[in-house]
Design a protein around this ligand. Structure first.
Ligand code: ADP
Ligand code: MG
Length: 393
């Protein structure tokens, strides 16, 4: 268990608060403010307790130099509206001017630093940069779970010079995702989809050792079907992963994990919303056609496998759900999760987008804010931005 802001004295402290405000922008308009909203409880608690707050985040991938396209200005403005207090933005990331502004903060006041990736030391986890930031504050609070798989100056480095604790969002992610790995409720069912096995081997491997049932869909299911001898036509397949698929199936067998693969699929002539398409059993994929969604019979089988689940972990859409004709499978499983009596946990950028497209976000127990970080956590890896946090004695 990691220490959180609930476990430390905050009154009068100056805090370096790393958040994940890497929001999608259309020009200067924030198209989805979820990441900002999710950080509010931590910010509010710090303010209530009388801490002075230095906010730090990256946005996009500027290359270690100032790039106005990635300015946090719209984020500071939006946060200011949400909180109803000023959120000034410091264009300087280090130096006497910013030090003086931090020094002048009163309890409960905020200062947001410009995009930390405007400094070349950030992604290199430059100790000089980290030490400088740390010298401005008393405490490092990491609430950026989505960046915790990166060892950068603002996600790890600062915490090597001042005490480091988790923010409330980080703490919740660790509690829920940690619960899957350390204390799963059974039956535990994992649904793994997405385009490629290659992206998900680590997750498949680690979850195989934990779950009672594994449901596989999406593009990656094709390679499993190929390993079983089916003809996949022009579907996305990974020839170089056939052995991996075979090995994972054997491992599942040896561990008594039941693996569910598609029995029918929606096939199309092309990867396009206006392509001719129809549903066929997996043994009847026409040559030159590609499998782009699980079929209705598979949906029923998957739903039955989810019926009595006490815990469900879902990563990876079950089809090319961005294209309307191939969204039905993913939408049906999203619905099934929303009515599940078990604890439901969804992670992954596209999977979360699918949950939102299905309009069921409210009925999911936990929607993880990490993309890559969530995957690495479920792989059983130690995330550097988590490792740096103090343990609760
Ligand atoms: P997440 O972001 O949730 O981890 P991934 O990035 O692994 O999910 O997978 C999402 C992508 O997988 C989507 O772009 C989707 O179009 C693609 N995909 C799913 N099923 C198929 C399929 N049968 N053929 C091709 N692409 C697919
Ligand atoms: Mg993705």
């Amino acid at each position: 268990m990691k220490k959180t802001i609930r476990d430390v004295q905050l009154q009068g402290k100056t805090v370096f608060l790393r958040v994940d405000f890497n929001v999608p922008l259309d020009g200067e308009r924030i198209t989805d403010d979820t990441r900002i909203v999710k950080a509010l409880p931590t910010i509010e608690m710090l303010r209530e307790q009388g801490a002075r707050i230095v906010l730090a985040s990256h946005l996009g991938r500027p290359k270690g130099e100032v790039d106005p396209r990635y300015s946090l200005k719209p984020v500071a403005q939006h946060l200011s509206q949400l909180l109803g207090v000023p959120v000034p933005l410091s264009e300087e990331l280090v130096g006497p001017a910013v030090a003086a502004r931090i020094q002048a903060l009163r309890p409960g006041e905020l200062l947001m630093l410009e995009n930390v990736r405007f400094h070349p030391g950030e992604t290199k986890n430059d100790p000089e940069l980290a030490r400088t930031w740390a010298s401005y504050v008393d405490l490092f609070v990491n609430d950026a779970f989505g960046s915790a798989h990166r060892a950068h100056a603002s996600t790890v480095g600062v915490g090597t010079f001042v005490p480091a604790v988790a923010g409330l969002l980080m703490a919740r992610e660790l509690e829920v995702l940690g619960g899957v790995l350390k204390n799963p409720k059974r039956p535990l069912v994992a649904i793994i989809g997405g385009a490629k096995i290659k992206d998900k081997i680590g997750v498949l491997e680690n979850l195989l050792g934990l779950v009672d049932r594994l449901l596989i869909g999406g593009g990656m299911a094709n390679t499993f079907l190929l390993a079983q001898g089916y003809d996949l036509g022009a579907s996305l397949v990974e020839e170089d992963q056939v052995d991996t698929a075979r090995r994972l199936m054997q491992e599942a067998d040896a561990r008594g994990v039941r693996v569910y693969l598609p029995q029918d699929v929606v096939v199309a002539e092309r990867f396009s919303a206006d392509a001719a398409h129809r549903t066929v059993p997996v043994g009847h994929i026409p040559s030159g056609w590609m499998a782009l969604d699980i079929g209705p019979q598979t949906v029923e089988i998957f739903k039955a496998a989810l019926q009595d689940a006490a815990m469900v972990v879902w990563n990876g859409p079950l089809g090319a759900f961005e294209l309307a004709p191939f969204a039905a499978g993913t939408m049906a499983i999203a619905q099934a999760l929303s009515t599940s009596k078990g604890e439901t946990i969804v992670g992954g950028g596209d999977s979360v987008a699918a949950i939102e497209a299905a309009n069921v976000a409210e009925s999911i127990s936990h929607i993880s804010t990490g993309g890559g970080a969530t995957l690495e956590f479920l792989e059983g890896k130690t995330l550097p931005g988590v490792a740096i946090l103090q343990d609760l004695e």
